[in-house]
Design a protein around this ligand. Structure first.
Ligand code: A2P
Length: 347
């Protein structure tokens, strides 16, 4: 009989948590037992899994006992509080928050890009930032053929990146505006419906917000090089659940759009979607609910002989978060990497 695993979802009631639950079922992950963990607020709720209703428990020392894999998506402070507890109790934690991503002891993995990094884990593996995951899927296959020297990204990020409450808020604001009422912003800093604003993550002294610096630093860590120059402008847009990105790439020598198209047409996790005659290219409504990142509008940068422009859309909750985490869990199972080599010591 094939091996099965005791899995816990920390943040099970959230936007990513509920998607994790669905993916474990639809991808037939070998689950022996499933624990759904959230805050005290959710105690008593239940969520369906494989025809059963599983009761949500508050996260606690006890709840993290006898678990092989924790899929965590409950925010950075919850991960900081509970990840090392779970590792001490013998679990491997796949963490969707930014808490451990830049820790040198924690692999940061996109399975299509750097699966080999999983072998070095010490109990915690980080799931990268959503915009970073989506961008790396399109850029890595090109970088393998001719190293990219500079990336300039502009993002159009959906409400889902701020969680289920932000998604609900955009709907409420939209219906208020349509009724001629003032939209109320409680979860996000400003009304997002019929509006957009620069990304709401904290600003840093550099003038970049944290989301923008995640794209810079995480991409370099995943690609295993500090040499690539990266800059980004991240913007929140009134889309429910898929992010879009305009990406400008600069190489040392010309990279023809046709060659890039050919490479991306069989790149893992990527779907090329272009109909130039109809001006039809990736859109967030088509990327929503899909596993692949949709890439199109590949064209020569007219401002630079070695530049390439592309456009992509990807489901932020799925490949940008939950799917990537489940793929990491599948990788650990496939490569037999569930026993951490050394206990994790939080720094
Ligand atoms: P809860 O629903 O009980 O608040 P989202 O990203 O969609 O906002 O979801 C966040 C997830 O993280 C939810 O499942 C939420 O649970 C969970 N969560 C938030 N704070 C905590 C906490 N302090 N302890 C455990 N789970 C938490």
């Amino acid at each position: 009989m094939s091996k099965t695993y005791r899995v816990a979802i920390l943040g099970a009631t959230g936007a990513v948590g509920t998607e994790l639950l669905e993916l474990l079922e639809s991808r037939n992950f070998p689950v022996a037992e499933l624990k759904l963990l959230a805050s005290e607020r959710s105690v008593g709720r239940s969520l369906p899994f494989k025809g059963e209703n599983i009761i949500v428990e508050a996260v606690s020392d006890r709840a993290l006992e006898n678990v092989d894999i924790v899929l965590a998506s409950a925010g950075g402070s919850t991960s900081k509080a509970w990840a090392s507890v779970a590792v001490e109790k013998g679990a491997v934690v796949i963490d969707n928050s930014s808490a451990f991503r830049m820790n040198p002891d924690v692999p940061l993995i996109v399975p299509e890009v750097n699966p080999q990094a999983a072998a070095d884990h010490k109990g915690i593996i980080a799931n990268p930032n959503c915009t970073t995951i989506l961008m790396t899927l399109a850029v890595w296959p090109l970088h393998q053929v001719r190293p990219v020297q500079r990336i300039v990204a502009a993002t159009y990020q959906s409400a889902s990146g701020a969680g289920a409450k932000a998604m609900a808020e955009v709907k409420t604001q939209s219906s208020a505006i349509l009724k001629g009422e003032e939209p109320v912003a409680e979860v996000l800093p400003y009304p997002l419906a019929f509006n957009l604003f620069p990304h709401n993550s904290p600003l840093t002294d550099s003038g970049y917000c944290e989301e923008e610096l995640k794209m810079v630093n995480e991409t370099r860590k995943i690609f295993g090089t500090q040499e690539i120059r990266i800059t980004a402008t991240c913007v929140r847009v009134p889309v429910l659940r898929a992010h879009s990105e305009a990406i400008n790439l600069e190489f040392a020598e010309p990279f023809s759009p046709d060659e890039a198209r050919e490479i991306l047409s069989h790149a893992p996790g990527v779907k090329l979607l272009e109909d130039w005659g109809k001006n039809y290219f990736p859109m967030p409504i088509e990327a929503s609910g899909r596993d692949e990142v949709l890439v199109g509008r590949i064209r020569q940068d007219i401002s630079h002989p070695c530049g390439l422009e592309l456009w992509l859309c990807g489901d932020q909750i799925r490949k940008g978060a939950a799917l990537n985490a489940v793929q990491i869990a599948e990788l650990l199972v496939e490569k037999n990497l569930l026993q951490p080599t050394k206990a994790y010591v939080a720094r």
